[in-house]
Design a protein around this ligand. Structure first.
Ligand code: AMP
Length: 113
């Protein structure tokens, strides 16, 4: 995707505070954090939103959750953490490259707004 913000971040064309990367996944700090830990986990592959997940790309999503579990252990998020994916404008999605918010470091209210 030529004009996708998160594709450019994953490619290093736009600066970000990198937490982790591998061939499939890129993790960086959210520019407007809402918790002491607020990272965005994205696939390098452009997938616009969660309802585009199918058998052709679900292995990427499985790997994302492996990375989240690994990071949670490395970061010592033993008190708990939350993973959020907004799908579509009404749900609050503002960047149309699928991403997983990793939130931790404070009590998180539920149900969310
Ligand atoms: P969402 O509203 O679920 O689509 O989440 C998009 C997230 O991307 C928001 O939490 C923004 O703060 C974050 N964001 C937008 N631009 C950047 C950027 N250049 N670097 C890091 N995070 C960003």
């Amino acid at each position: 995707m030529n004009d996708c913000l998160f594709c450019k971040i994953a490619a290093g064309e736009i600066p970000s505070k990198k937490i982790y990367e591998d061939d499939t996944v890129y993790v960086f700090e959210d520019i407007a954090p809402t918790a002491p830990v607020h990272y965005l986990v994205i696939p390098r592959q452009h997938i616009s939103k969660l309802d585009e997940i199918d058998e052709s790309n679900s292995a990427v999503i499985a790997h994302i959750y492996e990375v989240i579990a690994m990071l949670a252990k490395q970061l010592g998020l033993d008190d708990g953490f939350r993973v959020v994916t907004n799908c579509g404008e009404q749900a609050g999605q503002s960047v149309f490259h699928i991403h997983f918010h990793l939130l931790a470091g404070r009590p998180l209210q539920w149900p969310a707004g």
